[in-house]
Write a protein that binds this ligand. Structure first.
Ligand code: G3P
Length: 496
């Protein structure tokens, strides 16, 4: 049960506390933010509504804690991360239970998210030791006009305070994918979880607390975006922002100061299916890619671009699989569960109705109860329909029939997004040509888009983001290069 056992101290009455300076405390606002359960559409949990004054204090504390953390030996930082990872995995059940209630993630996927997060933290500790344990040594006489009079030593040093803002769909995993690289690199953390998903995040933070990290190094504030959102992202004490989410990220990037940004802002991930593709493989991946967690993944297949000659066969194969998807509450481990909010369900419905008016073929009847939307495949979608371009973040997948590979590539590249894409073909030469032509951060050949394994680079082009993620790239992004130059006497002086 949430807030029980080892997690009892993170709660006060029926409100979860926030975490600062190694302590769980209540906000002076005396106010709480309700967290809706997407399935029951009733308040499930409450978290503290922190104030701007409290954010100021948290920033000061994080700044001070970072100074001594940066001097803590790398192996000790890694040791603490390994400890946190073990505690996190040990307590996967209660944390997963929060995910089920707060974000309606299917029960098994919720456990997987926590375990994956523990593995990510451990891998990060190991990778950090490797890549931060080495630097560069340069000599001056490789550049024209120079003698060997200078030795240059480079190493990577931390940025300072990292502001981590994960999204609702992977609140734990996308929080640790920011926290762990930041910590191993010697930074401190101010974490602002999404409202839905905040309680799972607070449990995760407690696992780091139990691991024994120094006071003030990791801090987690909760509250309304309207009160503390801009205040956090524009705060002069922040030295790096790592954000995953929607359009808000574009606004953040315009307002943030001259600091490194790591942003992942969604995608309209296209799946191009060529005539020679293994259609069973393509159908399996399109359904898994399009409908896992009810399509609420940045990397979900969001438009299938299928060659006309094979479209009838492929659409039938996809429909056969869609018919097997179970629909219901996350507790039952259903494949399709309620989407995150009523406004999200309304948005999805708006896209569906627009497609209906403009003549898309409905492969299933549209059905919705509350936030629960049954999986829907829309065939014969045309570019004048909103769903051809917009990201539903729900269990609705458009199929656009194309007459040439170029048509598919042009559709993909006309999107403002450029996160991932995929191509299905048995011809590796064609696959490589399509991959080169697609303007996306990653192209998967013969598999659905996906972020993991978590050490792979993960990045978006255009409105899909700034900076590359994945464990190694995140560690590098959360450091800066420091050089020390040793100036030697001129050779003429030493030769006497
Ligand atoms: O932000 C990335 C997330 O939405 C998708 O992650 O692991 O499901 O590909 P994943």
């Amino acid at each position: 049960m949430a807030g029980r056992g080892i997690f009892a101290e993170i709660m006060d009455g029926d409100v979860f506390k926030y975490y600062v300076h190694g302590q769980w405390i209540k906000s002076s606002s005396g106010k709480a933010c309700p967290i809706m359960n997407p399935t029951t559409r009733k308040t499930q949990f409450k978290v503290q509504a922190c104030t701007q004054k409290e954010v100021n204090k948290v920033m000061d504390i994080a700044k001070t804690a970072q100074k001594s953390w940066a001097k803590t030996p790398l192996w000790k930082r890694a040791e603490l991360l390994h400890k946190a990872a073990a505690i996190l995995k040990q307590h996967s059940a209660p944390i997963a239970e929060c995910l089920v209630k707060e974000i309606a993630k299917p029960a098994k996927d919720s456990v997987t998210e926590v375990i994956r997060s523990g593995d990510l933290v451990s891998y990060c500790a190991e990778e950090g030791v490797r890549i931060l344990g080495e630097g560069k040594f340069l000599v001056s006489d490789s550049f024209p006009g120079n003698e060997r009079t200078k030795y240059c030593l480079t190493s990577k040093i931390p940025l300072g305070v990292v502001l981590a803002i994960p999204p609702f769909n992977y609140p734990v995993n996308l929080a640790v994918s920011k926290i762990a690289p930041a910590l191993i690199a010697g930074n401190s953390i101010v974490l602002k979880p999404p409202t839905q998903g905040a309680v799972a995040v607070l449990h995760m933070v407690h696992c780091f607390h139990l691991a024994g990290f120094p006071e003030g190094l990791i801090n987690c504030v909760t509250g309304k975006g309207s009160e503390i959102g801009d205040f956090l992202t524009m705060h002069p004490g922040v030295n790096c922002i790592s954000f995953t989410g929607g359009d808000t990220g574009i606004a953040i990037s315009k307002k943030a100061g001259m600091i490194p940004l790591q942003m992942e802002l969604g995608g309209k991930d296209a799946c191009i299916v060529l005539e020679d593709a293994d259609l069973d493989l393509a159908a399996a991946n399109i359904v898994k890619g399009g409908f896992s967690y009810s399509g609420q993944r940045c990397t979900a297949v969001k438009v299938a671009l299928v060659m006309e000659s094979i479209a009838n066969t492929l659409v039938k194969k996809i429909n056969d699989r869609v018919a097997k998807l179970t629909v219901g509450p996350p507790e039952n481990d259903s494949d399709i569960t309620p989407v995150i909010s009523e406004s999200s369900a309304n948005y999805i419905e708006g896209l569906v109705m627009d497609a209906k008016e403009k003549g898309a073929t409905f492969c299933q009847e549209y059905r919705r109860e509350g936030n629960l939307i049954w999986p829907l495949l829309l065939d014969n979608v045309r570019p004048d329909m909103r769903i051809a371009w917009e990201e539903p973040f729900g269990p609705v997948l458009p199929v656009i029939r194309i007459n040439s590979v170029e048509e598919g590539i042009n559709h993909c590249n006309a999107s403002n997004f450029g996160l991932q894409g995929c191509v299905f073909t048995r011809d590796i030469n064609k696959a490589m040509l399509v991959s080169d032509a697609m303007e996306t951060g990653t192209v998967q050949i013969n598999s659905a888009p996906a972020r993991g394994p978590d050490h792979f680079p993960f990045q978006g082009l255009k409105d899909s983001g700034i900076g590359s993620q994945g464990i190694t790239n995140s560690i590098n992004l959360m450091t800066k290069v420091k050089t020390t130059v040793i100036n030697l006497p001129m050779p003429s002086y030493t030769m006497g």
